[in-house]
Design a protein around this ligand. Structure first.
Ligand SMILES: [Zn+2]
Ligand SMILES: [Zn+2]
Ligand SMILES: [Zn+2]
Length: 266
């Protein structure tokens, strides 16, 4: 699978455009990080935040090729449903939108009541969905988003990835939901860097490392798995320091618009 990071930033991006802190000052010298979302093979979107369409253009993706949009939760940085209206003006190709009840509720008003182009698939944690040649599984998140938030397993039958934003330390039910899965790539949120977590429902570097260690203990990952930090905000240290801190725990950081090839290494 080709996994394209359309955005790697927290909800306010990094830098926060309103902020004059040292972390943002450093990040201003680099490519801005936009709210976290990703594309798989240019056909499946993971989240659709406010900057997703322009980031897809910058990545050279043709959104007309997208068959399914899979959304983690109803927060605006992941679910900005005006894309549905903009799409409806130019195409009547079928599209499947998969998400929890608050996501579907947020998306529905953006389509004409009698439309038949967009198929909504409502899920709850533990559900599996087969769509567009992919098998998806919703994993419970530790994140309150006006209702249920989930994380997503995506496999095309050859390789498997876990897209895990937004969440704090795994909720109790996550381990059972993840049982039997082995991931070739894990993209896990790391919002707060070395800063103590301001809210329990995101990771800092310490809880990020612990969450990755949990996956290893549970048999979901091994030494061949790539670990990518996403949902990065300005509480993180400047990029060189962050890169080193992540490398020390076997994780990577990449710029927006980076494409990673996810393959199964035997
Ligand atoms: Zn977020
Ligand atoms: Zn800042
Ligand atoms: Zn959120």
């Amino acid at each position: 699978m080709e996994f394209t990071l359309l955005g790697t930033g927290a909800s306010d991006g990094w830098p926060n455009a309103w902020c004059g802190c040292a972390s943002c000052a450093d990040q201003r010298t680099r490519t801005p990080r936009t709210p976290t979302c990703a594309a798989v093979d240019g056909r499946l979107l993971l989240d659709a935040g406010p900057e997703m369409p322009r980031q897809a253009l910058r990545a050279g993706l043709d959104l007309a090729a997208v068959e399914v949009v899979v959304i983690t939760h109803a927060h605006d940085d992941h679910c900005h449903p005006s894309f549905l209206m903009h799409r409806s003006w130019v195409t009547d190709r079928p599209l499947t939108v998969v998400g929890t009840a608050p996501v579907i509720e947020a998306c529905r008003p953006w389509l004409a009541p009698a439309q038949t182009v967009v198929d909504f698939v409502q899920v709850t944690a533990g559900d599996e969905v087969e769509v567009a040649g992919y098998r998806l599984k919703a994993i419970p998140a530790n994140h309150d988003a006006h209702g249920e938030a989930v994380l997503w397993v995506v496999t095309d039958g050859s390789a498997a990835l876990l897209y895990a934003t937004d969440t704090g330390p795994w909720p109790t039910a996550a381990r059972a939901a993840l049982e039997g899965w082995r991931f070739d790539l894990v993209a896990l949120e790391e919002t707060f860097g070395h800063t103590p977590r301001k809210v329990s429902q995101h990771h800092n570097l310490e809880t990020f490392a612990a969450a990755l260690a949990d996956l290893r203990t549970w048999g979901n990952t091994d030494e061949r798995t790539r670990h990518i930090a996403i949902h990065l905000g300005h509480d993180n240290p400047p990029l060189p320091e962050l890169t080193a801190a992540l490398a020390a725990i076997g994780a990577e950081v990449h710029d927006d618009l980076t494409t990673l090839t996810v393959t199964r290494n035997p």
